[in-house]
Design a protein around this ligand. Structure first.
Ligand code: 5CA
Ligand code: ZN
Length: 412
């Protein structure tokens, strides 16, 4: 499907260094994308509601990775999916008496607008689950033929993945079996489904039901794809057998990314599926995770309609570290608006302190696991100095402006 409109990213003098990133599987830092083109797959929206600030924060995180890689002179292939068929979408459409396709198209269109407003560099491939169904069905069949997938014998046509076929299962999330059993049903899993070999086995293919949309599945029979196999197949189709970064919010650590990795590794015979499993913290409101099911959402489109500058939204979300769970508040936004105003006033001066050292230290902060709080503090210092009249380098305000645009996605 169509991605969103991009914008030009300014080129900066010199080059950034390798990006050190925290990897959930290693439980530690390591250099990301060590060789060749940087490949990144990010788990995108299920379009049954508008983009909220949690989605925005996660998308900004991976946008920063792409910016830092490019600044280090790397080519990047970035793929993001849209889960445009799944239970939550059908449930919301049924609740509102709306066609699920119309709902998905409308919310995906709004997401694209929000992403463009936040200056998120678009993925090279923006891919829907529905358009990937033939590929997914073929891969599910392969798993069945290899003995890693099995059909339930209850006439539903449902096919499950046998986690016993994945010896490394658990390496990404590091959860105990007990913890897995607790989380699995909270995140779309069905441990109590009769006939499964293991309660933790995830769905690969849901056989057609009379009241649900379905697609031809060849030898599988008609149906629709499971969630984890969707992301595994889209990533494998477009990025090759092993990728540099598999990303999303930390709500996807288990079961989603554990299962996607297990599917992909069985299909390719190569492990690990991703060099880094990168997880953004949850954005909450009043101490609770922001989620559609809780209904405590602040929508990007709402803020835009209220004339809030998307650059202030972006700054507010980057004022905390990407890995920390954190809360949105009016004060957070007000602080970001003030900060943006100060940076703009400083950038409009005829001169300022040299911005070369600023650029070097900004690059270093971002290369250190995307330390945006550190990066923002550096920009504050440069702006403060410029505003009190320290330095008269006439090239400095322009370099400051370009560096913020290219590396932080903040246009002054
Ligand atoms: N379609 C699936 C991924 S394949 C999905 O999780 N969709 S979603 O709409 O629920 O979330 C879209 C992305 O935003 C995912 O990467 C998810 O981890 C992330 N996300 C969801 N809620 C939050 C939140 N409150 N804070 C930060 N990120 C979030
Ligand atoms: Zn996903």
């Amino acid at each position: 499907m169509d991605s969103w409109a991009g914008h030009e990213v300014p080129r900066l003098p010199g080059q950034g260094g390798p990006l050190m990133l925290f990897d959930s599987a290693r439980r530690g830092m390591a250099a990301s994308a060590p060789t060749g083109t940087g490949t990144m797959y990010v788990c995108g929206i299920t379009p049954y509601d508008a983009t909220h600030l949690g989605h925005a924060a996660t998308m900004i995180t991976f946008d920063l990775i792409q910016r830092v890689w490019r600044d280090a002179g790397r080519d990047v292939t970035y793929v993001q999916n849209v889960t445009d068929i799944d239970d939550p979408l059908l449930e919301r459409a049924a609740r509102d008496g709306e066609d699920w396709k119309v709902l998905a198209m409308r919310e995906t269109a709004l997401f694209r607008e929000d992403m463009a407003a936040l200056r998120i560099i678009p993925p090279e491939h923006y891919v829907g689950a529905v358009e990937s169904i033939p590929d997914i069905a073929e891969r599910v069949l392969t798993l069945v033929k290899e003995g890693a997938g099995y059909r339930l014998e209850d006439g539903t046509g449902d096919v499950y993945f046998d986690i016993a076929a994945a010896p490394r299962f658990g390496y990404e999330s590091h959860l105990s079996r007990e913890q897995m059993l607790e989380i699995f049903p909270e995140r779309g899993g069905d441990p109590d489904r009769a006939g499964k070999r293991d309660p933790l086995d995830p769905l690969l293919w849901r056989g057609a039901r009379a009241d649900e949309p379905s697609w031809p599945g060849g030898e599988l029979g008609p149906g629709r794809p499971g969630w984890h196999i969707e992301c595994a197949v889209i990533a494998l189709d477009l990025l090759g057998t092993q990728i540099d970064v598999q990303g999303g919010g930390n709500d996807l650590i288990f079961p989603h990314h554990e299962c996607s990795a297990a599917h992909a590794e069985l299909l390719t015979g190569q492990a690990p599926f991703a060099g880094h499993y990168v997880h953004a913290g949850m954005i909450g409101l009043d101490g609770e995770k922001m989620s559609k099911s809780r209904g405590n959402l602040v929508f990007v489109s709402r803020l835009r309609a209220d004339q809030v500058d998307p650059m202030a939204v972006r700054l507010a979300l980057m004022s905390g570290h990407y890995r920390s769970d954190r809360s949105w508040s009016d004060e957070l936004l007000a602080t970001a608006q003030e900060r943006l105003g100060r940076w703009r006033r400083a950038a409009a001066l005829p001169g300022g302190p040299s911005a070369e050292a600023f650029l070097a230290t900004l690059r270093a902060r971002l290369a250190d696991d995307l330390d945006t709080p550190g990066a923002l503090a550096l920009a504050d210092s440069w702006a403060e100095a410029a505003l009190v009249g320290a330095g008269d380098d006439p090239a400095a305000p322009a370099l400051f402006t370009r560096a913020l645009d290219a590396l932080l996605g903040v246009r002054l």
